[in-house]
Design a protein around this ligand. Structure first.
Ligand code: TRP
Length: 415
C-alpha cells in the first residue's frame, strides 16, 4: 500500500484530481435497470434508510452528508492528512472515506502538539467479513503514522439488545472471535485496548451515566427512530457507545480528542455524543466516515443475514470461489455482446472488491476498468483473479488469526 501511495503522490496535481474524481465516481454506484427491477421486487420503494441498525435502498452519500450534517472530505483536508501519513492511503485516494466531522480541528490540534486517540468498534453478531476489515485497515494506517492509542469497543451488549434471536453468550463469544480478526491485521498490544462491553462495563458505566443524563428521550427518539415496541435496553444503549470517546481522559487524565474511523451509518451516535462532550469538559469526538462496503449481491448488497453476499474471513477457499463466481457483475448476458459493447465496472461488485481492497496499483485498476469497458476482458477472468487474491489474503489472515489466540489477553483493556 505504501508503495502505491508514493507512486500516486508523484502525479501532478491535475492528473491527481482527475484520477481522484473518476475513482470517486466509481464508488458511487449508479442506478441501473437491473437494480431498479430488484428494488421493485425486493422493496416497496427504493427508499434510502441508513441507521446504525439498518441500511436499505440505494445509499446516496451526498444526501447523507447533507442530512447527517457532516462535512465532505475535501482534497485539501486529505492532503493535510497526507502530510503526516507520507502519502495517500488507497482508501483515501479512491474515495472510500468521503466525509468527516472535525478532522481539521484534530489535525490543527495535532500540529500544536495535542495528540488524539483513535476509537472504533464492532458489533459482534456473527463472523467478520471483508467489509469489516476495510476501516480497521485504515485505522491501523493512522495508528502507525500518528503513533496513537486505539480503543476498540466490542458491543456484545448492543447486539444482544437489538437482535431478537441472539443470545448474550453467543454475542460475547463472537466478540472474542472477532477480536482475533482485529489482531490479525497487525495491531500491537502496547497501544491497542479492546473493551468487551459486558465484561468491562465497570469502566464505561460512570461515563455512560454522565452522557445518558444529558440526552432526552425525545432527542434519542428523533436520532434513532425508536418505536413503542423498542425495548428499554436499546433506549439507554447509545450512551455506552459514547463512553469510549472519553475513556482515555478518564483512565490517564490526559484530555485529548478521539478520532473515530467508521462507516457513516454510525454517525447518529456521534451526533448525540458531540452535543454532550463539552458539558462534560471533553473534546467533541471527531470522525472520518467511510462508505458502506458493497457485497456480492445485485446492487452490491452485503448482509450477514445473506451469507452468500459476503465473504467471511473464516470462509474456506472453495466457498470463496463459489461466492465470487455467483457475484453480480456489470457483464453482458452473452460473450458476443460483452466483446462488442463492453461491461460496466460502475455496477460490478467484482470491480468494487478490486477497488477497495484487492488492487493496490492505481494504474492497473484503471487499466482493468478500461479493458472491461472495451470488451477486452470477460467477467470470468476478473472473477478468477479476484478469488485467487482473496484466497491468498485469507490464507495469511487465517494464520495470523489463529496465532492471535495466544496473545489476545494482552489486548484486553487494563484497569
Ligand atoms: N455499533 C457498532 C456496530 O454495530 C459497534 C461500535 C461501537 C463502533 N463503537 C464503535 C463502530 C465506534 C465504529 C466506531 O458495528
Amino acid at each position: 500500500m505504501e508503495n502505491a501511495s508514493r507512486i500516486f503522490i508523484a502525479y501532478s496535481k491535475r492528473a491527481f484530481l482527475t484520477k481522484f474524481n473518476t475513482l470517486h465516481k466509481n464508488c458511487i454506484r449508479k442506478p441501473t435497470k437491473a437494480r431498479k427491477v430488484q428494488n421493485l421486487v425486493g422493496e416497496e420503494k427504493n427508499e434510502m434508510v441508513v441507521t446504525p441498525w439498518e441500511v436499505r435502498g440505494k445509499v446516496d452519500y451526498e444526501r447523507l452528508i447533507r442530512e447527517f450534517g457532516t462535512q465532505p472530505l475535501t482534497m485539501e483536508l486529505i492532503q493535510k492528512l497526507a502530510k503526516y501519513t507520507g502519502g495517500l492511503h488507497l482508501q483515501l485516494r479512491r474515495g472510500l472515506f468521503f466525509s468527516h466531522r472535525d478532522l481539521d480541528v484534530v489535525l490543527d490540534l495535532y500540529e500544536k502538539g495535542i495528540k488524539f486517540v483513535l476509537y472504533t468498534g464492532r458489533g459482534p453478531s456473527g463472523p467478520v467479513h471483508l467489509g469489516h476489515l476495510v476501516p480497521w485497515i485504515f485505522t491501523k494506517h493512522l495508528q502507525d503514522h500518528f503513533k496513537t492509542r486505539l480503543y476498540f469497543q466490542m458491543t456484545d451488549d448492543e447486539k444482544f439488545l437489538v437482535k431478537d434471536e441472539l443470545e448474550l453468550k453467543e454475542a460475547t463469544n463472537y466478540a472474542y472471535e472477532n477480536a482475533l480478526d482485529l489482531i490479525a491485521l497487525g495491531f500491537e498490544p502496547e497501544n491497542t485496548f479492546i473493551i468487551y462491553d459486558v465484561q468491562d462495563i465497570d469502566l464505561l458505566y460512570d461515563l455512560a451515566l454522565e452522557v445518558a443524563k444529558r440526552i432526552t428521550y425525545s432527542t434519542a427518539r428523533a436520532t434513532f427512530g425508536f418505536q413503542e415496541s423498542t425495548n428499554i435496553g436499546w433506549v439507554f444503549w447509545p450512551a455506552i457507545q459514547a463512553a469510549p470517546c472519553f475513556i482515555h481522559a478518564k483512565l490517564t487524565g490526559e484530555n485529548v480528542p478521539a478520532l473515530i474511523p467508521a462507516a457513516i451509518d454510525q454517525d447518529p451516535y456521534w451526533r448525540i455524543t458531540r452535543d454532550v462532550a463539552p458539558k462534560l469538559g471533553y473534546y467533541k469526538p471527531a470522525q472520518i466516515h467511510c462508505r458502506l462496503l458493497p457485497g456480492l449481491g445485485v446492487g452490491g448488497k452485503m448482509s450477514t443475514s445473506e451469507p452468500e453476499t459476503c465473504i467471511f474471513t473464516i470462509d474456506p477457499p472453495d466457498v470463496v470461489k463459489r461466492k465470487v463466481w455467483n457475484a453480480f457483475t456489470g457483464g453482458k448476458p452473452t460473450v458476443a455482446e460483452q466483446r462488442k459493447m463492453g461491461g460496466d465496472p460502475g455496477i460490478c461488485t467484482i470491480f468494487q472488491y478490486f477497488l477497495f481492497m484487492f488492487e493496490e496499483d492505481d494504474g492497473k485498476l484503471a487499466e482493468r476498468e478500461r479493458r472491461c469497458k472495451a470488451g477486452e476482458i470477460l467477467c470470468g477472468e476478473c472473477k478468477t483473479e479476484l478469488a485467487e487474491r482473496i484466497n491468498s489474503f485469507l490464507e495469511n489472515h487465517k494464520r495470523k488469526r489463529e496465532k492471535a489466540r495466544n496473545v489476545i489477553d494482552k489486548f484486553h483493556i487494563k484497569r
